[in-house]
Design a protein around this ligand. Sequence first.
Ligand code: NAD
Ligand code: FES
Length: 283
Amino acid sequence: MFRVVRKREWHPTITELWVEAPRVARKYRPGQFVIVRVDEKGERVPLTVVDANREEGTVRLLFQKVGKSTFHLSLLNPGDAIADVVGPMGRPTHIEDFGTVVCVGGGVGVGPLYPIAKGMKGAGNRLISIIGARTKELLILEDEMRAISDELIVTTDDGSYGMHGFVTDALKQVLDRDEKVDMAVAIGPAIMMKFVARTAEPYKVPLIVSLNSIMVDATGMCGACRVSVGGTTRFVCVDGPEFDGYQVDYDLLIKRQQMYLDKEKEALERFKRQHPEAFQGVC
Ligand code: NAD
Ligand code: FES
């Protein structure tokens, strides 16, 4: 069992847990994720690792409550235990001193972006970070992103904080400057990564995106997480989660992410009837 040691509610729909998982903490590198099962009957859910504390033997998990399992997980408090935390999974990010790197994070995608941005800064890059959310209340990790960035631009879709607009609007402004950008990394909803690719392509900046497709076994066997990259089928769990941002078929990814929506909705409704307390403050 994996004990929860700290908890933070960023928003009624976004929760952070620090969980004891010493072996995962020891091996984790930026870009990797874990598979979590809240109890023995729970489904396997891929979750972002935002940080790892090797001395304490803990990992920091951050997730959006979207389905039954993430709402269930959000009910856990310090002292409670999670049945399984398996990982670290996936290939770590290739980090080196590229020169100037722009890191773009949308919504909860800022969670997995943070350790990569920190790694890029640690490798000697000039780091320009762009983080965005629909509204000020949904913005996460602003202080931590500011602390590691040479420049941080914050956007909100509704203009309630920072620049009014999408992260792609800020990205275009950065790319239009008289400053060479050597690498871009984007993590967020698939539609955001699709438009980041469209925005960056004319500037010929290499682009890495991190995909979060539906996963079942996370071993490359079941095919649930398959995506099309450069016309070839790839498995996000073992070949990714990062891919060349210009080669991903985002429309197919979005279609596959919505495949089980009806079933997910049914399971969520059942869970809501059993645990109304998990939905406090959630519209
Ligand atoms: P969201 O819908 O609130 O969007 C976040 C930001 O992305 C927006 O503020 C905007 O700046 C940008 N964006 C959205 N649509 C855009 C568009 N059409 N063009 C340009 N920019 C756009 O995001 P959210 O609700 O926090 O994110 C939820 C999604 O993120 C989930 O579907 C989840 O699967 C995904 N997610 C992805 C990862 C990953 O590793 N890729 C990790 C966590 C979550
Ligand atoms: Fe089964 Fe990736 S989750 S192949």
